[in-house]
Design a protein around this ligand. Structure first.
Ligand code: HEM
Length: 309
């Protein structure tokens, strides 16, 4: 019979593997960006192996980067399966749909990775590959958050803080999606033997303007959240503070890279920053959904109302 100690031990194992999966998924989003920014997307001529001929030959720079990324990405399945097995042993059926989503998304990434090569870096496939990574990071955050949320309290419908959490998540997603359209229309879509591949064709200034407006809306919702939770220490407010600082850094890099002709190093930091910011926004949204740890103004007024009666 499973004891409380067993359950706790499995909970810890589950949390360990889930967090390793999350860190790994964040890291491979960045290594994927390195492939694109170094123009190594077509460094390999074959999939899933790198070269079609079987003779051993020294890989070139681009082939080494591209194949290294494939190897590193493939290993991500280890922590994901480790976490899924721990959830199974710990009888956490409630987590099953999330693990199925994570494993299905992982399989989708393998297919998209193949299509990226087969379509010779079609920007729509490349941005789909990036956006699916973002979804996988979100799934890992949801799993991490749900591990100890069996006794979740429903804050009730119409909690304004919940709406703010959803708006922040939606705005972050929109900023990221439009960001990929900026990249797809700019010089860093990828290159084939030194020649840039065809782009999406949006006017670069116009699409960048839309992207920065989305970023400003995101920052505004974070500032509203900070005012709303000013007397309410708790995880939601901590995540908001992290997002505020991260958003400032991310926005600064965005403007500087735009003004300086999108240098590769800055674009790399901007991509890494976007994944980290997305992770923070995902955690914030889940805490805002929980509501119970946030002593928001509407909740604080309740005792006073009770006294008045
Ligand atoms: C603060 C929130 C922001 C987030 C989350 C964000 C996110 C992103 C993402 C995900 C991409 C696409 C990366 C890729 O496809 O690999 C991108 C590209 C870009 N962003 Fe942002 N961004 C933000 C703010 C800004 C701001 C304020 C600017 C200012 C103009 C900006 C300028 C750019 C530019 C120029 C690109 C294209 C870079 C390239 O050539 O690849 N971003 N951003």
């Amino acid at each position: 019979m499973a004891t409380t100690d067993d359950a706790r031990a499995w909970g810890q194992t589950l949390r360990f593997w889930t967090r390793v999966s999350l860190v790994y998924l964040i890291a491979i989003t960045v290594t994927g960006a390195v492939v694109r920014l170094t123009g190594s997307g077509l460094g390999c001529t074959d999939w899933p192996t790198c070269q079609t001929n079987t003779e051993l030959e020294a890989p070139g720079f681009h082939a080494a980067i591209e194949f290294g990324n494939r190897m590193v990405s493939g290993l991500a399945i280890i922590p994901v399966v480790g976490a899924a097995l721990a959830a199974r042993r710990g009888a956490r059926r409630d987590l099953r749909p999330w693990f199925i989503g994570l494993i299905a998304g992982f399989a989708g990434q393998v297919v998209l990775g193949m299509l990226v090569t087969r379509t010779e870096l079609d920007p729509r496939v490349v941005l789909g590959h990036f956006l699916l990574s973002i979804v996988l990071v979100w799934l890992a955050v949801v799993l991490d958050h749900r591990i100890d949320r069996l006794d979740r309290t429903d804050p009730g419908p119409g909690d304004p803080f919940r709406a703010l959490g959803r708006a922040t998540l939606g705005l972050a997603a929109a900023t990221i999606v439009v960001g990929t359209l900026v990249t797809g229309s700019g010089p860093h879509t990828g290159s084939n033997e030194g020649e840039p591949v065809p782009r999406l064709g949006f006017d670069i200034t116009g699409i960048t303007r839309i992207h920065s407006v989305m970023a400003w809306l995101l920052v505004s919702s974070v500032l509203i959240g900070l005012v709303y939770t000013r007397n309410s220490p708790g995880p939601a407010r901590t995540w908001l503070q992290i997002i505020a600082v991260g958003g400032f850094v991310q926005g600064t890099i965005g403007y500087v890279q735009f003004a300086t002709g999108v240098p590769v190093v800055l674009v790399g930091f901007h991509i890494a920053g976007s994944v980290l910011l997305w992770t923070a926004v995902s955690y914030f949204h889940l805490h805002a959904e929980d509501g119970f740890q946030v002593e928001a103004p509407s909740l604080r007024r309740r005792p006073a109302l009770a006294r008045a009666k």
